[in-house]
Design a binder for this molecule. Structure first.
Ligand SMILES: NC(=O)c1ccc[n+]([C@@H]2O[C@H](COP(=O)([O-])OP(=O)(O)OC[C@H]3O[C@@H](n4cnc5c(N)ncnc54)[C@H](O)[C@@H]3O)[C@@H](O)[C@H]2O)c1
Ligand SMILES: [Zn+2]
Length: 376
């Protein structure tokens, strides 16, 4: 494969199906891809198509200006908006700001909203696209590893309510996703590693061969080798896409497998204070607790826990809570009960039965969970 021939992942969702193109250093494919994706979804693209390109202030100089420049050169009318970086930008105020730009641009049905950034920008821009004029086409250009392997797949878009994360949102599938792994070269180490936790998760929950592949390519992953990054991003998107296409609106419970490690992780994030532990770091630790719980329930042998620990450690992810973050077991259990994914206060967990397979297990004896937490 040459550096410029994209790896393609198809997300199969009836008339909302779309393509994820994964490239390295081939961002200049954007105008042509955007045109193909828009017409493929039935939008009429004129001679000077309009786009609202949304990014954050960090990503603007690194990559956002280039995206807008490429569209300009190709004859688009592209307006670039750079919002403050960070979670507080997933707000009503920022949404209003984007609506104002869309009004000002005289956006019509075929004006495309393009998100260039991490999950914050993707969720926010996607939400504005889902709601303005009852829905505008949306295109994602994720720039963090987390956004590439997780938030840009599946169509969940939204903002935060002052009282809770992601409370306001919609399902709005993009017309396409362009991933250039070159963006990862500028990503801070901690964010890169945090994204890897979700990558490891896909191996444990869905694909033992992928887990094995990760084990065999630790050095290349840590060195951010472009060919290996393309491969792991493509496999991760593919695995998530298969789950999403079976349960697009999270109704049947199938999509719940993606929450492996997350019941613990959400509790740790809440207790640490949001932003203290990165989501991916909390997921790595949460997967460790989930695996130990599965071992206690005799669902998996101890060797599987060890394999997961080794892989996470070799990717420099935490496998236990940092010593300044030890909370009383009661506080952790309470926080888990508050998690929006628990049903009526019952403790339920996604647990492995073997490498590459998990099940949602209800009504787990609380005493066992406490035990596992105590042994931390
Ligand atoms: N929609 C979904 O299905 C879904 C899934 C998982 C997470 N999320 C959401 O994603 C958000 C987290 O996303 P995130 O971790 O990408 O955070 P983020 O968007 O805040 O990005 C993290 C930081 O990296 C910077 N950055 C982005 N790309 C960069 C690059 N290439 N080089 C240098 N710096 C770069 C950003 O400016 C930011 O400071 C949360 O709001 C979460 O709720 C959504
Ligand atoms: Zn996650």
């Amino acid at each position: 494969m040459t550096e410029s021939s994209p790896l393609l992942v198809h997300v199969s969702l009836a008339d909302r199906s779309y393509e994820i193109a994964i490239v390295t250093a081939a961002l200049d494919l954007l105008p042509e891809l955007a045109q193909t994706w828009l017409t493929g979804h039935g939008y009429r693209v004129g001679d000077a198509p309009k786009a609202l390109v949304v990014t954050d202030q960090n990503v603007k100089t690194l990559h956002g200006d280039r995206v807008a420049g490429l569209l300009d050169e190709a004859g688009w009318q592209a307006r670039l908006v750079a919002l403050p970086a960070g979670e507080p930008t997933k707000s009503f105020a920022a949404t209003q700001d984007l609506y104002d730009h869309l009004v000002d641009l005289r956006a019509d049905r075929s004006t495309v909203v393009i998100a260039v950034g991490g999950g914050v920008i993707g969720d926010l821009a996607g939400f504005a696209a889902a709601t303005y004029n009852r829905g505008l086409p949306f295109l994602q250009i994720p720039t963090t590893l987390l956004a590439m392997v997780d938030s840009s797949v599946g169509g969940k878009v939204g903002i935060n309510h002052p009282k809770g994360k992601n409370l306001i949102g919609a399902f709005h599938q993009p017309v396409g996703v362009l991933i250039d792994t070159q963006f990862l070269a500028t990503l801070p180490d901690r964010d890169f590693r945090a994204g890897l936790a979700e990558v490891v998760k896909y191996g444990v929950i869905l694909d033992s061969a992928f887990f094995h592949f990760l084990e065999g390519h630790v050095a290349e992953i840590n060195a951010r080798d472009p060919a290996i990054l393309r491969r792991i991003v493509a496999s991760s998107c593919d695995l998530k896409a298969v789950v999403v296409s079976q349960d697009e609106y999270e109704r049947t419970g199938l999509r719940a497998v993606l929450n492996y490690g997350h019941t613990f992780a959400h509790a740790f994030e809440a207790l640490a204070g949001y932003g203290e532990l990165l989501h991916g770091e909390a997921v790595a630790i949460g997967m460790q607790y989930a695996a130990r719980l599965a071992e206690r329930l005799d669902r998996i042998p101890p060797e599987l826990v060890t394999r997961q620990t080794r892989l996470l450690e070799s990717l420099h992810l935490p496998t236990g809570l940092p010593s300044d973050h030890t909370w009383p077991v009661d506080a952790i259990i309470d926080a888990m009960r508050l998690d929006k994914k628990t049903l009526a206060g019952k403790l339920r967990f996604v647990l492995p039965t073997r490498l590459g397979h998990v099940e949602l297990v209800e009504n787990i004896d609380e005493a066992l969970v406490r035990d596992v937490l105590r042994q931390g």
